[in-house]
Structures are given as C-alpha cells and as structure tokens.
Design a protein around this ligand. Sequence first.
Ligand code: MRU
Length: 353
Amino acid sequence: MVKAIEWKYDRVLMLDQSRLPLDVRFIECTDYQMVAEGIKKLWIRGAPAIGIAAAMGIALGSQDIKAESFDDFMERLDPIMQAMLSTRPTAVNIKWAVERIKKLLLANREEPVGRLKQLLIEEANRILQEDIEVNKAIGRWGAEFVKDGDTILTHCNAGSLATGGYGTATAPMLIAKGQGKRIQVIADETRPVLQGARLTAWELMQSDIPVTLITDNTAGALMKKGMIDLVIVGTDRTTRNGDVANKIGTYTVALLCKEHNIPFYVAAPLSSIDFHMDSGDLIPIESRSSDEVTTILGHRIAPEGVNVINLAFDVTPARYITAFFTEKGVFMPKDIKKLCRDKVDLEAIRIKP
Ligand code: MRU
C-alpha cells in the first residue's frame, strides 16, 4: 500500500504527489509552515489526507511552543491551526481535524504543556490509523454493490494517496478483487491536475487492478456503448442534504450516469460529512491558479494572457447520487443527516444491493 504521509522522528514525511508518477520523492517537513505549503501546493492532496496532514502540522508546530499555562498554550497554537485552515477551503476534513484536536486539548486542560504536545502527536497518528480502518469498512460495505465482471469508472484520485491508506473510492475495488471478483476500472484523467492519469492509474496498477485511462470527455461515449456498470467517486465535503463537493467534473459524470441509468456511488467517510451545513450551495469552492490550465507539466498550451476559470471542485446535487458508501453502511442521500445522531437505528436505514 502506498503511504502518502507519516510522522517520523518528529518530522512530517510526505510523498510529493505533484511529481508522481515520474518521480517518487519524499519531502521531510521540518516546520508547520512547510506542511501548510505542502497542502497548498498539492504535495499532499485528497480530503482525508489533508485532514491528517493538518493534524500532523499542528502537532509539529506545537513542539516549538513555549508556554507556562494551558491558556497560553492554546493562544500560541491558534495561529498554527489557522494556518492549516487557510490552506484549502473545500474539504471539510481540515476543520474536522482542528475541532477534534481542540476537543482533545480541552478534555486535558489540567495536563502540563509537555504532555499536551505529546497528546497532539498521538492524536495525529490516531487520526491516520483510524482513517485506514474506516476505509477498509467503506470497502467491505461498498464491495457488496460490485459484481463479478463489473467495470467501474472513477474520477480524480480517492485512493491510498488521498487518505491514510486504502482509499475511499478504491477500497470497494480492492475488497471486491480480494473476494475474487474480476473487476476493471476506467480512470478519468481529471484535468487540469491529472490526478486520474498520474495517481489513480499508478496506484491501481500497483494493486494489480486492470485499469484503463481515458480523457474526461470520453466517459459519455463509453457509457452510451454500455461499457460502464457503475461509478464510484470520493467527496471533499458532503452536506446534510446529501449534496457532494468533489473534484471538478464529478457533476458532469453524475449527469451522464442519470442519462444512461448507471448507479453513481459516493464513498464518504463520516469525517468528510459536514453535519453543520445544510446544502451544497454553501460549500466554499476553491479557485486555483490559471497556470494549472494554461500549462501541462510546465509547458504552455494556451495563449499568453488568456482568461481562465479554474474551479478545483463542483457540487453534485443529492438527486443524482444513488447511494453513499460509508464506514457504517450504505445509505440513501436523504438519510445522510441521520448519521450524526447517537441513537440512530442504522439497520433500519441501511440499503442492500
Ligand atoms: O484537489 P484534490 O486532488 O485534493 O481533490 C481530491 C478529490 O477531489 C478527491 O476525490 C476527494 O478529496 C476525496 S479523496 C478520498
């Protein structure tokens, strides 16, 4: 399994995804500013992975804090948390990680500052380990919806590289393969940053899952020919009503699925569900540099000075989503909001293939 990030000898080690697959290089982040830079520059990307990176960045930054009291410590930790929160706005996982860390610290406010720093390292590693287990559970539930012989289309990269390990959208593929089902995957190249071509294709080939790469605008033609059985994508933020923000182009794939009567599934760990946000219309959508569109691997492909719109994500309305694969089971979009309740009867709302 490819490891996107780990805590090693009081450093944060990241696989530089902006260079993959041509160059497999790790970057050692020695301070929290470097971790924040890595998130912004896509050395690490994918919603769960940037949540983990933020937690590790906060743990790393906290080690240099000199504080006598809990309040003093929190005051000095705040700019570090803000630095993480200001990196990328769409995925909810950074906010989720920050809130989890604040809760942990408040529960331990009587502990000495040295112990708080240690707790932050432990928590960041726990978030990573839990993410792997969550993804395996998503995979077990999701694999029930994958049949022997299926061809699955995916968009962007919601694999090991985008998570602590195993991936969200890729987990059902890995489990289905382990169950002996003969599956194959069609990967959208995913312009402009090419996460599908550079990352998903690379990852799936390493896992011995047959994968075919297509340009984004080929998906419709393949669906029309009956060559796609189902679609599985990840999510950066899912709102209470079941709307999903994911990589730009996901909405188009969902519309194509509707036209061709193909199930469109979203693999969504609970950490990427924003239970405080009512609808996808409220999700902040990241706009990125025009260079990502006007150049490919450093080579200019568009005229100098052309206007560019480069939205990193779009929102797919809940009505186009067949179901969500989560670690608690598979659910209809209308039931997503119920998952935040402590006393929900999961068996009553789970759906079966
Ligand atoms: O811009 P990226 O590469 O961070 O976008 C990633 C995606 O859109 C993924 O599909 C999403 O984060 C889910 S990853 C499990």
